[in-house]
Design a protein around this ligand. Structure first.
Ligand SMILES: Cc1cc2nc3c(=O)[nH]c(=O)nc-3n(C[C@H](O)[C@H](O)[C@H](O)COP(=O)(O)OP(=O)(O)OC[C@H]3O[C@@H](n4cnc5c(N)ncnc54)[C@H](O)[C@@H]3O)c2cc1C
Length: 815
């Protein structure tokens, strides 16, 4: 007889902190009929040797949410599951060496206050009050996080395991999963102790996630985008000053993070733990000469202190008593990295009823929140917070091994790096190129990567400083500013062209395709030859995605969506595609040029086209431009007269050349961002996310409650409409200083948090700083004055009329 149950609702593969937290949260949600498989003892992977730091700090709203939740969970967990454990909430001090770093801290503080956390900015002379052993002469200040701390990772995992078992879940230790197969819409997870049939499978295999992921390839899976870094920390012997101070204070020293020098220093018993993220870093198991072993349970890499010498010396200069301490032990273990350093939590791309909760670089800090998020994905099909930052579908087919290794090393070496809005992380460029790429580069294009696609952010002219160094600022001003202004002005006064490869493009056909689509979107569909925006709500009425829908004929539609949304949206469309309908992904076959500005019609005439240029705004037609076949869609995300040219890749260079020859000025994504914000056009996963309902998002005119087709979220939206929304999308003009409002800047009114921005930029046509955001409904009317916390500066902002700031009646679009 098999030693394990033959049937379960969900099977989790991997018994590290993340898998066990997922099991615990599933059980708490009532899914107690779940089994976790661990090939060795619980915690045998990365969890075992983790240092156990539990920060809340992040400049990502969703990661901060997840980490904050972890700290709240861990505080009560020992009592909740009756498993006492060591969790020291010591607070932490992040040291700032530059004004830019202090601005980053202020931004995180603003977000933290919004989330109910009491982050504080410390002046240099206040630091010693909390940490007497530190040199502060070269610091600008610090960020104090009272909720930071450290936990024993093994105890944490065991506590979660006890909680899960007590609720009825099963943990099978020393039970490796060996593969999966599928039968009658059920998974069969094969193990050394027998098979388990189940509805849902979760890959929580830590640094083995890629190997486990291979089993899912026959069922639509891809190679899990990840690599493995070696990471070390050093434990130092007792330091008498630390012992005495902690003895007197009755608590540990706060954890110190010198983020500009790239290490943390923590009190460990009466000594220290020093953990660097070094630039000369080391990937493991990254090439055939160093293969991933079959088993690495409870094992470490050999010490390699040479590459840490900068951080060791720096820490000893910062906290001189460290130099007195003897080095007791070095831990050098594997940490998996996804190409952006965030974990993979959510639906496994391409595979039905399979999920991922793996590739965590900070799994101890994030494990609690990750368990909650994963359980929500499985039990409700949606998460409380928008979790796109961790969604496995954010990576598509450009993340090959070489890309993962290069990016993983870049992220590790800049683990505490600042993510400036103008900066492009340089590793692993050129994954996906526009057919006009070389021309764009020749014109001075300063490229950015958008889901792997290279697009110009702005066009430099000879003599402009295009160094990486110049981008190290939060401020608007920089070599790009004058160029963005010129690009926007060309679009306003004349005509501009943007080479925009990578739009996700799906072709939907089949009997009653329109009817089916109407059952997915909140609004209506265009007639043949026309196009419109369509919003896809979830069952809660929240914004899942936005697509442009072009009707080509009866039951024949082209759906166009963001480059980054390719896998996400494809899955949303195909998950319950009606029988008889066909959905084809044409993303790779075609590319797009945006030609826009008051002279765009004249430009097309001059080039030569058989298109009818009098067809109205929101129309599309087959045509020839410069003798090449294309589709001309009369829309402009920039808010001027204009057309999108959609053409097969081979025709794009000729058309681009012809458009340039007629004097169109090339413009980039930075200009487009400014132009679209002036029009109040929302961007996906900034302004449009599952954090907000369609009604909160101000998308009322895209909802047709009276159409015959039921659509997801209709009931929720109707009751929200009746009750009235609690917050509402607004456009704000901002008395900004040197910087415009980034995503998730906190809105204040009368000393209270009243909302957040979802995007912001300088508007070169309106001549001012603009923010889009969500504001408490009772304040969301024109003329209300609020303040926005922009990198720590409280800036006055005024709510505008509901509608675009630029050309509110769309006269220029209709011209
Ligand atoms: C030196 C070091 C210090 C760190 N310090 C911190 C820190 O201070 N704070 C922090 O947040 N993070 C830290 N980390 C990172 C942290 O350890 C990881 O992010 C976290 O442990 C990941 O947990 P996990 O559950 O995803 O993976 P793991 O702990 O690796 O668990 C995966 C499990 O899956 C099992 N498994 C694999 N294949 C199979 C199979 N086929 N069948 C059954 N089971 C299988 C493995 O045996 C393993 O137990 C540190 C890491 C290192 C190396």
């Amino acid at each position: 007889m098999s030693e394990i149950p033959g049937q379960a609702r969900a099977v989790i593969i991997g018994g590290g902190v993340v898998g066990v937290s997922a099991l615990y949260h599933l059980a708490k949600a009532g899914w107690t009929d779940c089994i976790l498989l661990e090939k060795n003892e619980l915690t045998a992977g990365s969890t075992w040797h983790a240092a156990g730091n539990v920060p809340t700090f992040s400049t990502s709203w969703s990661l901060m949410n997840m980490q904050r939740y972890s700290t709240e969970l861990y505080r009560g967990l020992g009592a909740a599951v009756d498993y006492p454990m060591n969790y020291h909430v010591t607070g932490s001090i992040r040291l700032g060496h530059s004004e830019e770093r202090m601005q980053e801290f202020a931004r995180a503080r603003g977000m933290g206050l919004h989330q109910g956390m009491a982050l504080e900015i410390l002046a240099p002379d206040e630091i010693k009050g909390k940490y007497p052993f530190i040199e502060t002469h070269d610091l600008k200040g610090a960020l104090y996080d009272p909720a930071d701390g450290d936990i024993d990772p093994a105890q944490l995992t065991q506590a979660l395991a006890k909680g899960a078992r007590d609720l009825g879940a099963t943990i099978a230790r020393f039970c490796p999963a060996t593969g999966v197969s599928r039968e009658n819409d059920e998974w069969i997870v094969h193990t050394e102790k027998g098979d388990i049939r189940c509805e849902i499978v979760v890959n929580a295999a830590g640094y083995y996630a890629q190997r486990v992921g291979e089993w899912f390839k026959p069922y639509g899976g891809r190679t899990v985008p990840m690599m493995v870094m070696s990471h070390q920390y050093m434990i130092f012997d007792e330091v008498p000053e630390v012992r005495d101070w902690a003895g007197q204070a009755g608590h540990k020293l706060p954890l110190l993070r010198d983020v500009d020098s790239s290490y943390y220093l923590r009190q460990e018993k009466t000594g220290f733990n020093l953990g660097p993220y070094e630039r000369p870093c080391r990937a493991h198991w990254a090439d055939p000469s160093d293969p991933l072993p079959e088993d690495f349970s409870f094992q470490l890499y050999p010490d390699d202190l040479d590459r840490l010498s900068f951080q060791i010396e720096d820490a000893m200069a910062r906290v001189p008593i460290l130099a007195e301490a003897g080095l007791a032990r070095v831990i050098n273990g594997p940490i998996p990295y996804a190409p952006d350093g965030n974990p993979l939590i959510g639906p496994m791309p391409g595979v039905p009823n399979a999920y991922e909760a793996c590739v965590f670089t900070f799994g101890i800090a994030q494990g609690g929140g990750a368990g909650k998020v994963l359980a929500e994905w499985i039990t409700e099909g949606a998460t409380e917070w928008d979790m796109w930052s961790c969604d496995p579908r954010r990576f598509t087919d450009y993340t090959d091994h070489d890309y993962c290794v290069q990016k993983g090393m870049e992220v590790y070496g800049h683990e505490y790096g600042m993510h400036f809005p103008w900066h492009r992380w340089p590793a692993a460029p050129d994954r996906k190129l526009s057919p006009a790429h070389h021309k764009v580069k020749d014109l001075g294009g300063q490229m950015g990567a958008y889901a792997g696609w290279e697009r110009a952010n702005w066009f430099a002219t000879p003599g402009d400083d295009v160094s990486e160094q110049a981008t190290q600022t939060w401020n608007r001003t920089g070599p790009w500013e004058a160029r963005i202004r010129e690009e926007c002005e060309a679009v306003r006064d004349n005509v501009g062209v943007l080479d925009l490869p990578g739009f996700s493009r799906f072709h939907l056909t089949g009997e009653a395709a329109g009817d089916w689509l109407l059952g997915k979107i909140a609004g209506g569909l265009p007639k043949p030859g026309r196009l419109n925006l369509a919003y896809f709500p979830d069952n809660r009425g929240r914004i899942v995605t936005e697509m442009s829908v072009a009707c080509n004929g009866p039951d024949d539609f082209t759906l166009i969506t963001a480059a980054t949304a390719q896998w996400h949206d494809y899955e949303w469309l195909t998950r319950d595609l009606a029988p008889g309908l066909t959905l084809i992904d044409r993303t790779r076959e075609m590319s797009t040029l945006i030609v826009t500005g008051p002279e765009s019609r004249a430009l097309f005439t001059a080039i030569g086209t058989d298109a009818d240029l009098t067809l109205p705004w929101l129309s599309h037609q087959q045509a020839h431009v410069a003798g090449r076949p294309c589709i001309l869609a009369r829309v402009s995300f920039a808010g001027e007269l204009g057309w999108e040219i959609h053409a097969e890749n081979g025709h794009v260079p000729t058309i681009y050349e012809a458009v340039l020859q007629q004097g169109a000025k090339p413009f980039g994504m930075f200009a487009l961002n400014s132009l679209r914000i002036e029009k109040g056009y929302r961007a996906w996963k900034g302004d449009l996310s599952t954090d907000y309902s369609l009604l909160q998002g101000g998308l009322d005119r895209f909802i047709r409650f009276d159409k015959p087709q039921a659509f997801p979220g209709k009931a929720a939206l109707l009751s929200e409409k009746q009750a009235g929304v609690t917050k509402r999308f607004v456009t704000l003009t901002v008395d900004a200083g040197k910087a415009d409002a980034p995503y998730m800047s906190t809105l204040w009114h009368d000393g209270q948090v009243v909302g957040e921005t979802t995007s912001g930029a300088w508007g070169y046509r309106v001549g001012g700083s603009i923010a889009l955001g969500m504001l408490r409904a009772d304040l969301a009317y024109p003329g209300t004055e609020i303040t926005i916390d922009i990198y720590g500066q409280r800036c006055r902002a005024v709510v505008q009329e509901d509608g675009p700031l630029w050309d509110p009646d769309n006269n220029r679009l209709r011209a």
